[in-house]
Design a protein around this ligand. Structure first.
Ligand SMILES: Nc1nc2c(ncn2[C@@H]2O[C@H](COP(=O)(O)OP(=O)(O)OP(=O)(O)O)[C@@H](O)[C@H]2O)c(=O)[nH]1
Ligand SMILES: [Mg+2]
Length: 236
């Protein structure tokens, strides 16, 4: 979360509601909500600390300095303990009811990652839709990864994959890096489509030219390393 004071309350209640219903249907035994506060300058840090003080299932990690999306996701994955880990954005981009379907798909198709894509992402604006299209094509060409909407903030992962995956990107290449590494290692990735709800409050800054330049730079820097990864999981 970076300056998400307008979302944090609703997002936390949606996350608790989702956690409770997953427990009720027997998909999970317990849950923890981990908030990464990316050196917010609004009241997000205080609101997050209050939420953690009031509920032991909420934990907060504060970044002393702003590290952007990639840095925040890395901190998140480094601090998780569960068997099942969902990473998502703070602005409720999808209905958390989808998590039940994701859990079921993970079981039934023996997936290691469930990566959702937006059924209709034009809600993010036409310019970004075009950028995203080309980005997904680039990932496919450079890394042979056939994946839809790689940057969408819905990645449900088996916790054990993080014993073998450590991410390097600090920018928005992070999503692609995660899926590329997992794919190269032989983990099974399953996708399904979800309805997308664009941000209605606060400002979006993640499609600025500097963000895009950083993605391309990290993509180039990590290209050889990612291509050289050998499978550790073999499937019959
Ligand atoms: N903008 C921004 N977001 C950050 C930063 N660090 C972490 N985040 C979080 O990254 C997530 C994605 O940010 P958004 O601004 O929603 O980016 P987006 O989803 O590409 O843009 P929208 O389509 O407008 O929602 C949110 O949960 C932010 O709080 C940062 O430095 N800047
Ligand atoms: Mg967003």
């Amino acid at each position: 979360m970076w300056n998400e004071e307008e979302y944090i309350g609703r997002t936390l209640s949606a996350a608790h509601e989702a956690g409770r219903s997953l427990i009720n249907v027997g998909e999970i035994a317990d849950y923890e909500i981990l908030i990464i506060d990316d050196a917010s300058t609004d009241s997000t840090p205080q609101l997050a600390d209050e939420a953690a003080a009031n509920d032991s299932r909420v934990r907060v990690v504060h970044h002393p300095k702003n590290r952007k999306l990639g840095g925040s996701i890395k901190t998140g994955f480094a601090n998780v303990t569960g068997d099942l880990v969902l990473y998502t954005d703070a602005d409720l981009p999808f209905d958390m009811v989808e998590l039940q379907k994701a859990c079921r798909l993970m079981r039934q198709y023996e997936a290691d990652i469930i990566s959702a894509y937006r059924l209709d992402r034009t809600g993010e604006g036409y310019v970004r839709t075009v950028y995203s299209f080309f980005y997904n094509v680039l990932v496919r060409i450079f890394f042979g990864l056939k994946i839809r909407d790689v940057n969408f903030a819905f990645k449900m992962c088996r916790g054990r994959i993080f014993e073998h995956i450590s991410l390097k990107s600090e920018g928005s290449f992070i999503d692609a890096e995660l899926v590329i590494r997992a794919n190269k290692l032989g983990y099974h990735i399953v996708q399904f489509g979800v309805d997308y709800f664009p941000r209605t409050r606060g400002v979006s800054t993640l499609s600025s030219p500097s963000v895009i330049v950083k993605i391309l730079k990290e993509m180039r820097e990590l290209r050889q390393e990612l291509r050289a990864i050998e499978p550790i999981v073999t499937r019959s």
